[in-house]
Design a protein around this ligand. Structure first.
Ligand SMILES: Cc1ncc(COP(=O)(O)O)c(C=O)c1O
Length: 469
């Protein structure tokens, strides 16, 4: 054990045993240095680790505090999921049947892919829509279709710059949501029958795209905290003619795993050595509880090998369908594919978001949104600890709005899904996240809706159903 890990374990033990109670303030870094005889860097690392584990939380300008639910939280899943295999993909029917069940507004939306629309500044966006449209000249109404709204492109590039990613404006292709961007990227670098490395578990829509394009999946295990298993990826790249990788290096859906900067750098070197392009899906970047987005693999891209896809769907404007890709050396080709298929995302929607980014207070909104999501995560974790079987394991992502639950082996999550739905509760069962129908005892739950008595009752009901297996 490293020194900071020993310190973290020591504090964790004091929390578990109740010596440090929920709400207690941890010693300041200076005090901790003195009492443990360690450097400030060691204390910071230990506190970051405890924060990652969901045991403590930082409050701006006040220090670190023991989380309310810290003593009672369920364990985290510990190991990366099993080894890679090459598979044809056939999950669409299952995915559609699950998604179809989400339409009823009376259903408790734990299975939803979006946070609550009430967390978005929809009225302010509507004003930006009016403003943005007023500013558009008749020429631009047509011209912006091919090139994209120039102010929107500039604003997106500025956000990349603020995050330490240097980008040529020509690299940016504005798309109909990240979903179109991801589809185009994959089409751009593969032909039917090719092998594509994806995560296991993976975002179910990526499996559907592979299915549609008749591509084969090489599933690479993801560690619930550290992300892609680089060892397995390295071996797979040596052994198999993989044509592209589609990964989420931060706040992976469904696990919430975020790779460290070092791992991202290693991942990039590996791909550069094999000249395999990376489609980096980073749609949850702005929902990092730590504040600014984590550095993407794109930031190491010196060869134009990374196609970095982003979106406003999850952080600002769900139905507007505006996303983008910073396409590296593939940008021109992606842009042409887009012109050949959908031509352009809606020009008014682009104008609205461009105006909002300039005048709407996006960063203020993001701070509020992250804060709400973090609190809701705490509430769902605490409710799970109260109601779910004690052997249940659950992730503690540092952002986004999903928790991944690993239930006891005896639980069949597809059956759980049906039973819960009959009681008005949706959830996303594990098998929809795998080309091989794995994760039969797992499920993804959404905590993106404000927590209330109905959420608590739904967790209690799920707990009773789980106990019946
Ligand atoms: C991981 C991931 N990538 C991409 C998307 C699609 O984003 P958009 O709504 O911008 O098309 C989603 C939406 O659910 C997602 O979860």
């Amino acid at each position: 054990m490293k020194r900071y890990e020993r310190l973290a374990e020591d504090i964790a033990e004091r929390i578990r045993s109740g010596v440090l109670a929920p709400g207690d303030r941890l010693p300041s870094v200076r005090q901790a240095c003195q009492s443990h005889g360690v450097s400030p860097a060691t204390v910071f690392q230990a506190y970051y680790l405890l924060e990652d584990r969901g045991l403590i939380l930082a409050r701006a300008r006040s220090g670190y505090f023991v989380r309310e639910s810290a003593q009672h939280l369920l364990q985290e899943p510990q190991v990366a999921y099993v080894a890679a295999r090459t598979t044809s993909v056939d999950v669409s029917e299952l995915v559609f049947s699950v998604l179809g069940s989400l339409k009823d507004p009376q259903t408790v939306p734990f299975g939803s892919a979006f946070p609550s629309p009430h967390l978005f500044p929809l009225a302010r966006l509507a004003r930006s829509m009016a403003q943005g449209l007023k500013k558009l000249s008749p020429h631009e109404v047509v011209a912006d279709m091919t090139a994209g709204n120039p102010e929107l492109r500039r604003q997106i590039a500025l956000r990349y710059m603020a995050g330490g990613v240097r980008l040529a404006l020509e690299e940016l292709v504005i798309c109909n949501g990240a979903m179109e961007a991801l589809n185009l990227c994959l089409q751009c670098v593969t032909r039917p029958g090719d092998l594509v490395a994806i995560e296991s578990p993976a975002f179910y829509a990526s499996l559907q795209v592979l299915e549609r394009l008749e591509l084969k999946a090489v599933e690479i295990p993801v560690h619930p905290r550290e992300g892609i298993d680089l060892q397995v990826l390295a071996e797979s790249l040596e052994r198999l003619p993989i044509k592209a990788c589609w990964f989420m290096s931060s706040l992976q859906n469904p696990l919430g795993a975020s790779m460290s900067e070092d791992s991202k750098r290693t991942l990039y070197s590996l791909l550069e050595r094999h000249q395999v392009p990376l489609i980096e899906d980073d749609v949850y970047a702005e929902l990092n509880f730590g504040g600014k987005p984590a550095r993407p693999v794109k930031s190491f891209d010196s060869a134009g090998l990374v196609m970095h896809c982003g979106s406003f769907s999850k952080s600002l404007a769900p139905g507007y369908r505006v996303g983008w890709v910073a396409g590296g050396r593939f940008a021109e080709q992606i842009s042409r594919l887009k012109l050949m298929t959908t031509l352009s995302p809606s020009v008014p929607a682009q104008a609205a978001i461009a105006d909002y980014l300039q005048h709407g207070g996006y960063d203020r909104h993001l701070r509020r949104l992250r804060h709400a999501l973090e609190a809701q995560q705490g509430a769902m974790l605490a409710a799970a600890a109260r109601h779910f079987p004690t052997e249940t394991r659950v992730t503690r992502p540092s952002g986004g709005y999903f928790l991944w639950f690993e239930f006891p082996e005896r639980v069949d999550s597809l059956q759980l899904f049906q039973l819960a739905l009959a009681q008005g509760i949706s959830l996303a069962p594990g098998p929809i996240f795998s080309a091989n129908r794995r994760f039969g005892n797992c499920a993804r739950l959404n905590y993106g809706y404000p927590w209330d008595a109905r959420s608590e009752q739904a967790m209690a009901l799920l707990g009773r159903i789980l106990q019946s297996f």
